[in-house]
Design a protein around this ligand. Structure first.
Ligand SMILES: *Cc1c(COP(=O)(O)O)cnc(C)c1O
Length: 394
């Protein structure tokens, strides 16, 4: 049977170049990089090289790169770290962040900090003016994600950071979905903190980076043996870090080509399903959406049923957000965009990757429309609609 993976925003397979680079660290290269002997030092050289590669991609200095266990830890470290260093104050974030930012923000809101959540327009874009209006004399951090994981919208980080810079407030961005796919030089984006992770760009799971601009006031989340210049203790995940370093070098080589290919594929995807399936909506901003992602709301059916039916045909996708699947709550991102809660529950995310082929997309065009038709015919909402639709036509 066909097995088609269209859930690259959730995670990606490790590419062969990365796997080959990692293997020796699961075998003969096992020293602790903090050890001064040769076993440690041969590994430290490799860790430094990985740090160098990631720093260079960000236009940062290697001393500003802190390895973490992934995107979630980097986001937690950024928000809690800045908050703990300040002791008190006001934090600004948005209503469309990943839970890895949303939850720490909400936690800080319950433990003595003030938090403002900025709303978005119906196209899922944050207005820099709204950030400007929300900044107060006691604001200690602004956190706005770069590319949204559910709908793929690209936020105007440069314009937002122009506002935060003028106000002298540090700015964090969750760039987990954009790193390796869009330009993410920290000086161009104007950010002081940035979260990234390897497993969204064909690297291993469980490794990420928090970029911390020199001079940023931040406390460490994890303390102990003083690794990572005291900013993140614990013996480093060497295989992960080296794999991340390789993943970004490979991603950068093909970045423009993949972007162009996905742009063509996304247009064809949207054109074809819009033609074959009546009454669907494509979410996000037509001009500012990363082309791997198609968020589509299908009226009168439940997303979870669509997902399971597609899975039975071998097509793996996600409803609103992988992280909240299993819950009956509609996606907070879609709700923030003003999408009706029932329609939000009928929303699917197709996310394509570097390996997605035209043949795979063709197969989706074949199996997806009949699934929608069948489920609509079965659903009470669908039956009523069909009646009204035929009456309106008569
Ligand atoms: C996947 C993702 C995360 C979480 O990263 P993990 O490495 O899985 O912890 C955070 N933010 C965004 C935008 C993501 O897409």
């Amino acid at each position: 049977m066909n097995r088609i993976y269209l859930d690259h925003n959730a995670t990606t397979p490790v590419r062969p170049e990365v796997r080959d680079r990692i293997l020796p660290f699961l075998d003969e290269l096992y020293g602790n990089p903090s050890s001064p002997h040769s076993f440690g030092q041969e590994v430290k050289v490799q860790l430094d090289d990985a740090r160098e590669r990631i720093a260079s991609q960000l236009g940062a200095s290697p001393a500003e790169i802190v390895f973490t266990s992934g995107g979630t830890e980097s986001d937690n470290a950024a928000l809690k770290g800045v908050a703990y260093a300040a002791g008190k104050g006001h934090i600004i974030t948005t209503l469309i962040e990943h839970p890895a930012v949303m939850q720490p923000a909400s936690y800080l809101g319950k433990t003595g900090f003030d938090v403002t959540y900025i709303k978005v327009a119906s196209d899922g874009i944050v207005d820099p003016d709204e950030i400007k209006k929300a900044i107060r004399p006691d604001t200690i951090l602004v956190s706005v994600m770069h590319v949204n994981n559910e709908v793929g919208t690209i936020q105007p980080i440069e314009q937002i950071s122009a506002v935060t810079r003028e106000a002298g407030v540090p700015m964090h961005t969750d760039a987990v979905q954009s790193f390796g796919k869009l330009p993410t030089r920290v000086d161009d984006l104007g950010v002081d903190l940035m979260s990234i992770a390897a497993h969204k760009i064909y690297g291993p799971k469980g490794i990420g980076v928090l970029y911390i601009r020199k001079g940023t006031r931040i406390d460490p989340l994890i303390i102990g043996g003083a690794q990572e210049k005291r900013r993140r203790s614990g013996t480093e995940n060497i295989a992960g870090a080296v794999g991340f370093g390789e993943a970004i070098v490979q991603a950068e080589k093909e970045r423009a080509e993949v972007y162009d290919r996905l742009t063509v594929m996304r247009k064809r995807f949207i054109d074809t399903i819009s033609e074959k399936i009546p009454d669907i909506t494509i979410n996000g901003n037509a001009g500012a959406t990363f082309p791997s992602t198609v968020s589509v709301s299908v009226s009168r059916v439940e997303g979870e049923s669509l997902l399971l039916s597609l899975d039975m045909e071998g097509v793996a996708i996600s409803t609103g957000s992988a992280c909240s699947s299993g819950s009956l709550e509609p996606s907070h991102v879609l709700v923030a965009m003003g999408i009706d809660t029932v329609l939000a529950q009928g929303t699917l995310r197709f996310s394509m990757g570097r390996g997605t082929t035209d043949e795979e997309i063709e197969y989706v065009f074949e199996v997806f429309p009949p699934i929608v038709e069948r489920l609509r015919a079965m659903s009470p909402l669908g039956a009523r609609w069909k009646e009204e639709y035929s009456q309106a036509k008569a």
